[in-house]
Write a protein that binds this ligand. Structure first.
Ligand code: PML
Ligand code: MG
Length: 286
């Protein structure tokens, strides 16, 4: 069993705390044993101070013992990289996949517009995710500056080691992929959320993904232009869900550990994806 596990969360900003208008620099988190706390804190602070988005003058660290009985052990989503040569192509494919998830094109265009313009009321990126009603496009997160911060997530050490090994085969063993897969896996397990769209806010990292329980974690090496600091996450919410408050609480508070890995695949074409989607949709209708 998981004995005495701790959630350690770091968020860093420039120009003061996020709550006082500081610009988000970086955020990361781990679930570790007591004896690993000090090393983990050092790694997270180092990460905050080395970030390409700037040097933080505010770093918040949170250390909390978890009730191990409440930790859910789950399997990560299967990963695929859909071949793209530029971000126009990547965005168009991502939009088509979101349509297959039952979201209409107008709402999808609105979601892209949010991430491209900076969705916080002051035009900045958000630290957390946008929640968007797929029928009306209405934003549902209680705080439009902060968004929903999915938290208390990590891999069990054996799963983390195996993932690093699998991702290395495709040159994908980096923090972005490992952490985004972990987050997207948790989010995909909530029936209220039909899918997620994300791309990085780090100027040098152009990749992003569409994730869902239906199709898995579908990455694109290009969803934005290099040099752009615009990025973030949108969770598409099924309006039939009557338990939004509970879902938000669980996304932020409930601890999840990935103990098993879904398949880590290499690059596929959009036509390959169509085959995968066809089988997934056929399976779901049985
Ligand atoms: C981020 O780290 O800012 C989000 C990364 C999204 C893409 C990760 C990937 O390459 O799969
Ligand atoms: Mg970032």
């Amino acid at each position: 069993m998981n004995k005495n596990l701790y959630s350690i969360r770091m968020r860093a900003a420039q120009g003061g705390p996020h709550e006082c208008g500081g610009k988000h620099i970086s955020g990361a988190e781990r679930i570790v044993k007591e004896k690993e706390i000090m090393d983990t804190i050092r790694q997270l602070i180092y990460r905050a101070q080395q970030h390409e988005r700037g040097y933080p003058d505010y770093i918040n660290l949170n250390i909390e013992m978890l009730n191990t009985e409440n930790i859910r052990e789950v399997t990560s989503l299967p990963i695929y990289t859909i071949k793209t040569t530029n971000y126009f192509e990547g965005r168009e494919m991502a939009k088509k996949i979101l349509e297959l998830l039952g979201i209409n094109r107008t709402i999808i265009e609105q979601s892209f517009h949010h991430l491209l313009q900076g969705p916080a009321p002051n035009g900045a990126n958000m630290r957390g995710a946008i929640l968007m009603d797929i029928k009306t496009g209405q934003r549902l997160e209680p705080d439009l500056s902060r968004g929903i911060r999915v938290s208390r997530i990590d891999y069990k050490p054996e799963a983390a080691r195996e993932l690093a090994h699998q991702l290395s085969r495709y040159g994908l063993n980096n923090n972005h992929v490992r952490e985004a897969l972990c987050l997207a896996t948790k989010v995909s397990l909530f029936p209220a959320i039909v899918g997620e769209l994300c791309w990085s806010d780090d100027p040098s990292y152009t990749a992003g993904y569409v994730a869902s329980s239906k199709f898995g974690y579908l990455r694109f090496n290009h969803l934005k232009e290099k040099g752009s600091a615009r990025g973030g996450r949108i969770f598409f919410v099924d309006p039939a869900c009557s338990e939004l408050e509970k879902t938000i609480y669980r996304l932020e508070q409930e601890p999840y550990l990935i103990t098993k890995l879904g398949k880590v695949n290499g690059e596929i074409t959009y036509d390959d994806f169509k085959q995968i989607a066809h089988s997934a949709l056929k399976g779901a209708s049985k």
